[in-house]
Design a protein around this ligand. Structure first.
Ligand code: NAD
Length: 492
């Protein structure tokens, strides 16, 4: 790799080897900032999924990861993390060109991915069962046992970070993995395979392949030889995966969409609200499941907040991430059409665009203006549906209960936020918000260590933090009758 040029053909990683697709198919990969093809990847299909699942199954049955001392398994994960970190600059460039992220954001992705491996590397020897007293003559204990082959499907918005959090957790708990990377932005996921190869992860323990969702993805999640599914993506795809899982009674972790709201109480620090809101809705060009896509503002400070956020949005530079701009492109022409369509509908339904509302005219790539809508009513589409772009919907409230009702008033329940200087108000609101994660005074407060996941249609199960480990194991109880004699007294 030289300058801003990257490798032009990427193979799948199956059973510890880099491979073409069985049928020789390829998928062209576009740079969303220029709409130019920058690379091709092998297009995984059924035969490739079968090979990957067979490799993962064989490795699991060989008990290689399970029989290791937990400390040694942890060291393996630490090694993967070390290699990811060493590759961070290269990953950042690739991710910037493939996904459209700014270079700084892409580097953060690589560092976060590395950190998932080191975080869960430190957890392998702390996964403990418990002893259950059954009285004299018995010993009973529980074991956190891995499921087996974990099938993982990730979306394009944070492919590396999302893949890393699921792969790391699966390996830490002794599972083997087949991961399907997203066809729109697959390249960074290959670095997990590269880091695993460099770290000496046994062949078959981690398999990474790209392919289309309706084909490669659908076959993977319905495969008769998988034991566990981790899916991150849209509600619609999640529902179809759940139907496949139901056929075989496979446990799932579902990380789906969101329409998360921050509530601004009148005593909030408005500088903090502005900075946090800009990060919450404009980072990654708003293509974030946990984006703060709604702001519910007390009428006393409503106009001030609107003006501050409008000014902040208007000040953002837009352009290719590689040029160090604030706001990169959306992932595809289709995504740009969709986001602009939501903005047109918002205007038609009576909301007011105080800034933005349209694509950036004349750009080669898929650039959307940072957008703020005021006068948003709860029944408008822009208040209910996930836009997945840099578009903020602002709603006003008078009474605290009304703010909670508005915030909880969608089918989603991923994140929520509260801006206030009063701890009582923060606790009161956090108690009533229906969401997997509540941020107070800073959207995205937290990181690798903090459990993340949804309620309602945002899904179930938790990723990140120690809680995630519980989604990758099933409790096995072992009950032992020690001796037929009273009290288990040893014989002579
Ligand atoms: P998507 O559902 O279209 O695709 C996600 C992945 O599923 C892709 O890899 C795709 O190829 C695959 N897929 C598609 N159809 C499939 C099928 N029938 N069977 C198996 N796999 C299939 O979602 P997207 O557009 O890539 O991502 C955006 C969505 O993801 C948004 O709704 C966003 O909120 C959500 N998301 C959620 C989280 C979270 O952690 N909760 C994180 C990021 C993104």
């Amino acid at each position: 790799m030289t300058g801003s040029k990257i490798k032009t053909y990427w193979q799948n990683y199956i059973d510890g080897a880099w491979r073409d697709a069985a049928d020789g198919g390829r998928i062209a990969i576009e740079n969303p900032a220029t709409a130019e093809t920058i690379a091709e990847v092998a297009r995984g299909g059924r035969a490739d999924v079968d090979a990957a699942v067979a490799a993962a199954r064989a490795r699991f049955m060989a008990r290689t990861l399970i029989d290791m001392r937990p400390m040694a398994r942890g060291r393996l994960l630490l090694e993967i993390g070390r290699h990811m970190e060493a590759l961070a600059d290269e990953i950042a460039l690739v991710e910037c060109l493939d996904n459209g992220k700014t270079l700084a954001a892409a580097r953060n992705e690589a560092m976060a991915a590395s950190r998932y491996f080191t975080y869960y590397g430190g957890a392998t020897d702390k996964l403990e069962g418990r002893m259950i007293p059954l009285g004299a003559g018995y010993v009973d204990y529980t074991v956190p046992a891995p499921f087996g082959v974990s099938a993982q499907v990730v979306p394009w918005n944070f492919p590396l970070q999302i893949a890393a959090r699921s792969v790391a957790c699966a390996l830490a708990t002794g599972n083997c993995v087949v991961l399907k990377s997203p066809e729109l932005s697959p390249l960074s996921c290959y670095y997990i395979a590269e880091a695993c190869a460099r770290a000496g992860v046994p062949p078959g323990a981690v398999n990474i392949l790209c392919g289309y969702g309706h084909d490669c993805g659908a076959w993977l999640v319905a495969h008769p030889d998988i034991d566990h599914i981790v899916f991150t993506g849209s509600v619609r795809t999640g529902q179809s995966i759940l139907r496949a899982a139901a056929e075989r009674v496979i446990p799932c972790v579902m990380e789906l969409g969101g329409k998360s709201a921050g509530i601004v109480f009148p005593d909030a620090d408005l500088d903090q609200v502005t900075a946090s809101t800009a990060a919450g809705i404009f980072s990654n060009a708003g293509q974030v499941c946990s984006a703060q896509s709604r702001l519910i503002v007390h009428r006393k400070v409503h106009d001030q907040v609107i003006e501050r956020i409008r000014a902040k949005a208007a000040s953002l530079s837009i352009g290719p991430g590689i040029e160090g701009k604030d706001l990169g492109p959306l992932i595809s022409a289709g995504q740009l059409d969709k986001v602009e369509g939501y903005c047109l509908a918002a205007g038609q339904q009576g909301a007011t665009a105080v800034t933005g509302g349209r694509r950036v005219d004349g750009a080669r790539g898929h650039f959307m203006q940072p957008t703020v809508f005021a006068g948003v009513m709860p029944d408008m589409t822009i208040a209910r549906e996930e836009v997945f772009g840099p578009v903020l919907a602002v709603q006003a409230f008078d009474e605290p209960e009304e703010a909670i009702e508005l915030a909880n008033g969608t089918e989603y329940g991923l994140c929520a936020g509260v801006y206030t200087k009063d701890l009582r108000t923060a606790h009161w609101a956090a108690d009533r918000l229906v969401a997997g994660q509540v941020f107070v005074n800073e959207w995205f407060a937290g990181g690798v260590e903090t459990p993340f996941g949804g309620t309602k249609r945002s899904g179930y199960g938790r990723e990140k933090g120690q809680e995630a480990l519980l989604n990758y194991v099933q409790t096995k109880n072992v009950g032992i009758r020690l001796d037929a004699g009273a009290g288990g007294r040893p014989g002579g």
